[in-house]
Structure formats: C-alpha cells, structure tokens
Design a protein around this ligand. Structure first.
Ligand code: MD3
Ligand code: FE
Length: 211
C-alpha cells in the first residue's frame, strides 16, 4: 500500500471539490478488469448529441441506470439502447471506492446508482458542460481517472467563467459536491501517449446518484 509511505495528497480545487491524488492506484488493475468485463456486455459507443454531433468520447455504463444521449435528448435509462439489455451491475469494488472517496471528502453515505464509463482516444475531448440530468444535486459526483493523463477544465457556474486547468493522472479521484456540483467542466483533447497498463487511451469513471 503506497499510503504507508506517503500520505495521500489532497488538493482542494474548488468549494467542496477535492482531488485525491492516486487514491485509485491500489485498485487500478481490478478497475481495469472490471471495465473490460462491462464493455464485453455493454460495448463502448460514440453517442449522438441532441444537436446531431457524434461525441469523440466513447461511453458505456454500469449500475441501475446509465447516461445516454441521442437525437431526442440526454437521460438516464435502465437499458443499453445498443443491446436492449439492462446495463451490467455496478461491481462492488466500484461502489466501495466511490463511497470511501466521498467520505474522505466529507460526503457521508454516498451510494451511487450509476457509473458512466468514458473512453478517450488521442484527440477525444469533452466540451464545457454541466451535469444536470440527475434528480438531486445534493449528492456529489465522484470521478476516477485511469490511463493517459488529461487536462481537466474546472469552470464556474456560468459558461463564460474562465476555467481553471487541472491535470488528471492515472489513479486520481475527484469528488465534486456542494457549490461545485453544477460548475461547467470539460476535458481538453487527449494527447497521444502510451500508458504501461492502459495503452493509448484514458478511461474516466463518473459515479452518480441519478435517481
Ligand atoms: C464536476 N467527465 O462524464 S470527470 C462527465 O474526465 C465528465 O471524463 C469528465 O465530465 C471526464 O460528465 C470529467 C470530472 C467531473 C465529472 C462530473 C462532474 C467533474 C464534475 C460533475 C459536476 C461537477
Ligand atoms: Fe460532466
């Protein structure tokens, strides 16, 4: 356990937004195997926005519901529209990691019911947006980064607020709650590279309480 040698680095990046550097490192291979198992049943796909654009980030989900977008809008759905099957269950190790990270950031009793799994290949990006499709914004969102590093943009409550750039690396966990829950945020185009465990891509898990 690396935390026997160095205390975990905690970086406050906003009001109730806490970066727990390396928090997921000890579980990285278990998380990656779980992602592969999820993707074997609910394949990564590039969804279409309501505006008709294909997203550059490929996505899948696990949990009771999954986030989807198509020409009709954004929503949480109990079944994968690609297969018609329910999303794979959320692995216990996922829910435990998310609950523990939320506790460490001061949010007790976070029990996620949805996990969106994003897959970035070089060039993929996520433009500034708010996460507003969940029922109750009092629940935090927990994100876990794996693979190639990315530059995260942490903005404000208005799209026009100039975003802060935060590098996110393999194993980083971020908890976003309180006033930071509704900030505009995004990810700059992924730079090419090769991660020893993950290869030429980046995964991001976002744990939410959607219902
Ligand atoms: C701040 N994902 O899936 S994780 C998303 O790296 C999303 O794939 C990015 O934004 C990614 O919606 C960023 C960090 C994140 C996730 C959700 C948030 C930050 C957030 C919700 C509210 C505020
Ligand atoms: Fe988001």
């Amino acid at each position: 356990m690396s935390d026997l040698f160095e205390p975990q680095e905690r970086l406050v990046i906003g009001e109730q937004a806490v970066l727990l550097r390396g928090r997921a490192l000890a579980a990285d291979s278990a998380l990656l195997s779980a992602i592969e198992a999820i993707a074997a049943r609910a394949p990564f796909r590039r969804m279409i926005t309501p505006g008709g654009f294909e997203m550059s980030v490929a996505m899948t989900n696990c949990g009771q519901v999954g986030w989807v977008t198509d020409r009709t809008g954004y929503r949480y759905a109990p079944c994968d529209p690609t297969t018609g099957e329910p999303w794979p269950a959320m692995p216990d190790a996922f829910a435990t990691l998310a609950g523990d990270a939320a506790s460490a950031a001061g949010f007790g009793d976070f029990v996620p019911d949805a996990c969106l799994v994003n897959c970035y290949e070089p060039g993929a990006r996520l433009s500034l947006h708010q996460d507003k499709d969940e029922q109750d914004y009092r629940h935090p969102v927990v994100s876990v980064s794996l693979g190639l590093p990315a530059t995260f943009q942490f903005g404000g409550l208005r799209r026009s607020d100039r975003p802060l750039k935060v590098p996110l690396a393999h194993g980083d966990v971020v908890v976003w709650g309180g006033p930071s829950r509704l900030v505009f945020h995004g990810v700059l185009a992924l730079e090419d590279g090769n991660h020893p465990l993950v290869g030429r891509r980046r995964y991001n898990l976002t744990f939410r309480r959607a219902l």
